[in-house]
Ligand binder design. Structure first.
Ligand SMILES: [Zn+2]
Length: 276
């Protein structure tokens, strides 16, 4: 069995860690999911909860079975979201005690009961100590997912009882950032190809030379081909754009054979100048 965590952006290392664990000794009963706002803490928590309750065969969570669908919609009675008593207040010691009493009531539908604890790093020491008891002595079917922006805000004793899943914002946003940058570079180069100015094209084509690595170069050429195709579909100077699309196709094959960006840039310019 392996895990299907594709709904979570980036964070390849965590995905591998969880998949290995799931195939090996199985998922743990306590995780601390840390990371800045927007890093995907809730996405990962829901995926883990669904994986624990999933009744599908094959990859977990399957995303199709009743428990998976209910968990994704926030409707599963055995996935319990715990947040502080309003106005951004953290979870209190009284709430943890109530939670503890509730945890001993068997699950409603599934094999497990999964608690998602919001902003666990902001709980005060007595709330955290009550939590610690629960992590140590809770019923075997109960699982706890502690969400935290700052893992350092949790007592070491609590942290040591949890598997740590530290989500990186960098990777996820770096992916998005790189995509935006690539799209923009493709648009600029497509514009230069469309407008037919030799100097402008020579200059714009240098972007290929500046690409580091074959993968990045291929990704840019793919974006460029898409951009040219879109322009060709609506533009007046269609012949020229179609010529550019053909050239970029050749460039993409060449890039796979390790032809470097500088050579591709020259190839693109020469091909376009010939076409006039
Ligand atoms: Zn499922």
């Amino acid at each position: 069995m392996s895990m299907n965590l594709s709904a979570l952006a980036g964070n390849q290392r965590i995905k591998e860690q969880l998949s290995l664990q799931e195939r090996g000794r199985g998922l743990s009963h306590a995780y601390m999911i840390s990371g800045p706002a927007g890093a995907g803490k809730h996405t990962l928590a829901r995926l883990l909860a669904a994986a624990m309750l999933c009744t599908g065969s094959g990859e977990k969570p399957c995303g199709q079975c009743g428990p998976c669908v209910k968990t994704a919609k926030g409707l599963h009675p055995d996935v319990i979201l715990v947040d502080g008593p309003g106005e951004g207040k953290p979870i209190t010691v009284d709430q943890v005690r109530q939670l503890r009493a509730g945890a001993y009531i068997r699950p409603n539908e599934g094999e497990r009961k999964v608690y998602l604890l919001e902003r666990a790093d902001q709980m005060n020491p007595s709330a955290q100590n009550a939590m610690l008891k629960l992590l140590e002595e809770g019923p075997p079917y109960a699982a706890f997912l502690l969400l935290a922006e700052n893992a350092g805000g949790l007592l070491e004793t609590v942290r040591s009882r949890c598997e740590l899943l530290a989500l990186g914002p960098a990777e996820a946003t770096a992916d998005g950032e790189a995509q935006r940058e690539r799209r923009q570079a493709a648009q600029e180069l497509a514009g230069a190809l469309e407008r037919a100015g030799e100097l402008e094209l020579l200059e714009a084509a240098m972007v290929l030379d500046a690409r580091r690595g074959r993968e990045e170069l291929s990704a840019l050429l793919e974006a460029l081909e898409g951009e040219l195709g879109a322009r060709a579909a609506r533009a007046a100077g269609r012949r020229r754009l179609l010529r550019a699309v053909d050239l970029v196709k050749e460039l993409r094959s060449a890039a796979k054979l390790n032809v470097n960006g500088g050579q591709l840039s020259g190839w693109l310019c020469a091909g376009m100048f010939d076409a006039r």
